[in-house]
Design a protein around this ligand. Structure first.
Ligand SMILES: Cc1cc2nc3c(=O)[nH]c(=O)nc-3n(C[C@H](O)[C@H](O)[C@H](O)COP(=O)(O)O)c2cc1C
Length: 338
């Protein structure tokens, strides 16, 4: 399998600080009220949820990271095994590479490791135009995924030396694609967030869920900054390193436009406390990418260990807020700081 830019992203994400330096995910501005006398037992907390017709043991998802290389295959398989054991949903990285290199398909095929996991394939919105609906539909069936996550990433495309920042006419193409496919489509950002205006543009399209992927965690522009070979490119990108809508803000903005659609809150989620706050603020699931990358390069047990840490924090947050299930967590009001 050829060594591609995908491995470069993995290297940069592990070697450099690729997270926002001047912006947080925004969840620190909210607090779950601490209840000193909860009428529940910690061991009896119920964290199950239904998502797009499948039950998850915990409302978490590992969002798109990689695929297409030997390293990517190892990462995807380790993530998949941990998701299967813990009952968490999973997204694969961009499958664009399979169109040119069909032999890379196996790096995305994780059904053997994760027979029950809610699994999402991944393509960019511009790929719908570039490759047409039939090929794009096939990436889902080829890997026996449950659905497809389609990313909107204009700032990332324009930051890349060989990106594809041609976004005109994509709304109609997306609309047609969503009308004809038999599987759920998630629209996601890649760490810069979705605004209210963007959500309004998506309003009439038949999408099944939205992953807001807000600012505060991994910044694709920072990754491109480190990958840029010449100093003039770095100078161009510098003002945009912290450009994006903080995850909490993005979640509220999109929820306003879509009161009922399942929303995934992600971008800079680093603790189970953030996860609980995100659900109380209106998310259905919470997603994470970067924190699982390093463990996934080692083993599925390391991924599991990291996830168990976050699940434990999530349960402590639920217990000390006095809620016994996700339905109750969704209903409690958060207190805004300052
Ligand atoms: C190394 C790396 C590769 C990524 N590749 C993809 C991708 O192929 N497709 C995609 O939709 N998002 C991709 N993302 C974005 C993540 O899915 C996620 O939206 C973003 O990293 C924000 O979440 P985080 O702060 O938890 O990392 C990638 C992120 C990282 C760190």
């Amino acid at each position: 399998m050829q060594k591609t830019r995908k491995d470069e992203y993995i290297r940069i994400a592990l070697e450099e600080t690729v997270e926002y330096t001047e912006k947080t995910n925004g969840f620190e501005r909210y607090e779950l009220e601490y209840l000193a006398f909860p009428d529940i037992d910690f061991d009896k907390l119920d964290t199950k949820v239904m998502f797009a017709g499948k039950e998850l043991k915990i409302p978490f998802m590992i969002t798109a990271l990689t695929g297409g290389t030997e390293k990517g295959e190892k990462i995807n398989k380790n993530l998949a095994k941990a998701c299967e054991r813990l009952g968490i949903a999973m997204g694969l990285g961009s499958q664009r590479i399979v169109f040119d290199h069909p032999e890379t398909l196996r790096s995305f095929y994780v059904r053997h490791e994760a027979p029950h996991v809610f699994l999402f394939g991944n393509l960019g919105i511009h790929h719908l135009k570039e490759f047409g609906p039939e090929k794009c539909k096939k990436v889902v069936s080829d890997i026996e995924a449950d659905g497809l996550a389609i990313y909107l990433n204009p700032i990332h495309e324009v930051s890349q030396e060989k990106g594809n920042p041609e976004y005109s006419g994509l709304k109609n193409i997306l609309e047609e694609f969503c009308n004809e496919v038999p599987f759920p489509v998630i629209i996601k950002e890649t760490g810069n967030g979705l605004s209210e205006k963007t959500a309004i543009k998506l309003k009439d399209i038949k999408i099944s869920a939205i992953d807001i992927a807000g600012a505060g965690g991994t910044s694709c522009v920072i990754m491109e900054y480190y990958l840029a070979k010449c100093s003039s490119r770095k100078k161009i990108l510098k003002p945009f390193l912290n450009q994006g809508i903080p995850a909490a803000e993005s979640l509220l903005a999109v929820r306003k436009v879509f009161p009922h659609i399942p929303l995934i809150a992600s971008g800079g989620i680093r603790s189970g406390l953030d996860c609980a706050k995100a659900i109380a603020l209106g998310a259905d699931l919470v997603g994470m990418a970067l924190p699982l990358l390093k463990p996934a390069l080692i083993s599925s047990e390391h991924v599991e260990e990291k996830l168990i840490e976050i699940i434990e924090q999530f349960k402590i947050a639920m217990f000390t807020a006095g809620v016994k299930n996700i339905e109750e967590l969704r209903k409690i009001p958060l207190q805004k700081r300052g």
